[in-house]
Design a protein around this ligand. Structure first.
Ligand SMILES: Nc1ncnc2c1ncn2[C@@H]1O[C@H](COP(=O)(O)OP(=O)(O)OP(=O)(O)O)[C@@H](O)[C@H]1O
Ligand SMILES: [Mg+2]
Length: 233
């Protein structure tokens, strides 16, 4: 599904250049839930941004289903991302003036679908994240956990093959955090979505199948999560 080969990302140049990623190679299987850990500044968000095609690497290549994404034009990448990659951020990134339903329908509308065809898909996805009774609430009328579940519904409304999550529980208390992680894990399984999630939280990591660890831009350790430490399923 994902093959990352010798990925390097350098910000700036000369003596002040920051080597955010150094020769990172990594594979993620279809349907796998990979957790990316590592201290602040170790390159987690950088790797996720490159994976989503939001930024270009300095060198190296990323293949999504054998497609080299750095070879795509910006326009191609925009459409590809919208249809195949869902993104969930720490701060939800919902549009404040739109209802939950409209926020979730937005990617479909941007892709040229009518509201008539987009609405039932948005409603069905909100029901799946347990928010069937919050369709018309605006983001400021939702709890943090609910807002993040709207963001998950939006990320999955296209039924993407890849879900990228950057600290999705970083802004939530532990109860809401666990609910959000369960929703991500359960829906990813239902849809067969591959998940790559960055987190600082060892408890969040227990929802994944495998951990990759970054330190100073280098991948230093990979391992499966022992069954006895996995969150209850
Ligand atoms: N746009 C940018 N311009 C310059 N430097 C950047 C840029 N984005 C990130 N960096 C630097 O690259 C390094 C990796 O940053 P990154 O955001 O990937 O870390 P992170 O592991 O996600 O950290 P955190 O856990 O705090 O979110 C850091 O040293 C950061 O300062
Ligand atoms: Mg980060």
């Amino acid at each position: 599904m994902i093959r990352i080969e010798k990925l390097c990302k350098v910000y700036g140049s000369g003596p002040t250049a920051i080597h955010a990623l150094k020769d990172v190679s990594l594979e993620v299987r279809r349907g796998e839930f990979l957790v990316l850990m590592g201290p602040s500044g170790s390159g987690k968000s950088t790797l996720l941004h490159l994976l989503a095609g939001l930024e270009a690497p300095t060198s190296g290549e990323i293949y999504l289903d054998e497609m080299p994404i750095t070879k795509m034009s910006d326009d191609q990448m925009t459409v590809f991302r919208r249809r195949h990659i869902g993104f969930v951020f720490q701060f939800f990134n919902l549009l404040p003036t739109l209802s939950a339903e409209e926020n979730v329908a937005l990617p479909l509308l941007l892709d040229g679908q009518s509201m008539k065809s987009a609405r039932p898909k948005a409603v069905s996805m909100l029901e799946r994240v347990g928010l069937g009774r919050r369709l018309n609430h605006r983001p400021d009328e939702l709890s943090g956990g609910e807002a993040q579940r709207v963001a998950i519904a939006r990320a999955l409304v296209f039924e993407p093959s890849l879900l990228i999550a950057d600290e999705p529980t970083g802004n939530l208390d532990s109860r809401n955090g666990e609910e959000v992680l369960s929703v991500i894990r359960d829906l990813a399984r239902q849809f067969g979505v591959t998940v790559v999630m960055a987190t600082h939280d060892p408890r969040a990591a227990e929802y994944g199948d495998r951990i990759a660890r970054l330190r100073d831009g280098e991948l230093v350790e990979e391992g499966t999560i022992p069954v006895e430490r996995k969150a209850v399923r």
